[in-house]
Ligand binder design. Structure first.
Ligand code: HEC
Length: 196
């Protein structure tokens, strides 16, 4: 084996930079964990709520027992890999949810991946007992989101300069003719889906 070579100038600089990054990342991580552990406030405020009726409670139990949590998240339970249903009640009406569960392919605005006829993986859902699907729809419609949260269809209340400038920069002109700015609508659509 060759004798150990001293480091070249370039190597020293390179290792030095990598070393600085590692030190900074470690300091950052320790600082973040310290703040997180000593603070009484949660790091990320939860912006979704639920207040369950009796039928909603029944629906939530059926939801858990019917393997929905294998692909979904609701009330902060379930997988992070799939579609989170927290806040879905602010986006969809109970009617829409029930229609979707029974006839996903006819109700969803685009092609469905898992809900629908076999062999789609969640094909069993549309064939569940009718009363169970109603209860699940009641449960999901009671999962609401605060206005302005990521799961809410409505942006934060009041005029935001940030949103204005993003719309101005990124929305192509033809969108302005095709779509109405949700902030300028007096009330969301009365029926069916609340989201455009
Ligand atoms: C195999 C994975 C899987 C399982 C199991 C599953 N889902 Fe889904 N779900 C999806 C996917 C993917 C979508 C998006 C639509 C699609 O592509 O099928 C979806 C969409 C939905 C939506 C519409 C959400 C929206 O606002 O667009 C609802 C409601 C829903 N699922 C409820 C349920 C319920 C209730 C169960 C259990 C009875 C369930 N899902 C089981 C994968 C799954």
């Amino acid at each position: 084996m060759a004798a150990k070579q001293p480091l070249k100038q370039g190597e020293k600089i390179l290792f030095g930079i990598v070393g600085i990054f590692v030190v900074l990342a470690t300091i950052g991580f320790v600082a973040m964990e310290t703040v997180r552990m000593t603070s009484d406030e949660p790091m990320f405020a939860s912006k979704t709520n639920y207040s369950l009726s009796e039928e909603g409670h029944r629906g939530s139990r059926i939801f858990r027992e019917s393997q929905c949590t294998a692909c979904h998240r609701a009330m902060r339970n379930g997988t992070n890999m799939g579609l989170s249903l927290d806040g879905v009640g602010s986006k969809r009406t109970r009617d829409w949810l029930e229609r979707f569960l029974r006839k996903p392919e006819q109700t969803y605005e685009t092609v469905t991946i898992d809900h629908g006829d076999a062999p789609k993986e969640a094909a069993y859902v549309m064939n569940m007992a009718s009363a169970d699907l109603s209860a699940i729809a009641a449960f999901l419609s009671e999962l609401t989101a605060e206005q302005g949260s990521p799961s809410s269809p409505m942006p934060p209340e009041g005029r935001s300069e940030f949103i204005d400038s993003m719309v101005k920069t990124w929305a192509p002109d033809w969108w302005k003719e095709k779509y109405t700015d949700i902030r300028e609508k007096a009330t969301p659509a009365e029926e069916g889906e609340l989201r455009e």
